[in-house]
Design a protein around this ligand. Sequence first.
Ligand code: IYR
Length: 246
Amino acid sequence: MASKPDDPYEHPYPAPDLAARHPFVALEPRRYPEDEMRARARAFHETADRRRSVRMFSPEPVPRDLVETAVMAASTAPSGAHKQPWTFVAVSDSHLKSRIRVAAEEEERKNYLENRMNAEWQEALAPLGTDHHKEYLEVAPWIVVLFEQRYEVRPDGTTRTNYYVKESVGIAAGLFVAALHDMGLATLPHTPSPMAFLRTLLGRPANERPFVMFPVGHALDGAQVPDLRRKPLAEIFVEVTDDPVV
Ligand code: IYR
């Protein structure tokens, strides 16, 4: 049992022998008064709640440094064993974007027109009105393909396992979407399925697998989005108090 309320740990982290073997630094957390915490939380939610997936992009160019900064923000994601098992591959070249569009549409044609997506799936997508046309892949100034690194390849060619790759890359994807939105850019997490063609088309190594791709740009003036509702808190949040097993 811990002795004092201000020292609640019997097993402090890092233990002295750990700190002797691996470097540690002091965390410098920002603390805010509770009302400021509430105000910041609300402001963040309001910003996040204005984000929408966009399917009509403007061809207006977006400077590469903005995309790079969003990638740096995404790469702050926590990852299994801090392996950072992701590569963000950015494409602005028109020829390459057009090859990606053609290959994506080829797969999607099978999904939508040859029923590779079953009736239930197509019904679920009906309100979104998606189809096999992926014109935005050519119009948006950037396509960023997020690859997961299934394993690590070291400079000497040896390999090491990566851990919780999907979880890690999923969190990085969320941060990327949030960073773009926060600077006023639009995106769409797009998963042309199957998307193995992206590895060949973009010349990526065998340890990388496409996870999700993002057309990135400004929304086209007058763009429309489905009139969707987000689930209220009561539908998505539960606090468990009593032990439900006893
Ligand atoms: N990959 C297809 C289909 C698709 C699937 C889901 I689930 C979506 O939320 C949206 C689309 C496409 O991009 O059209």
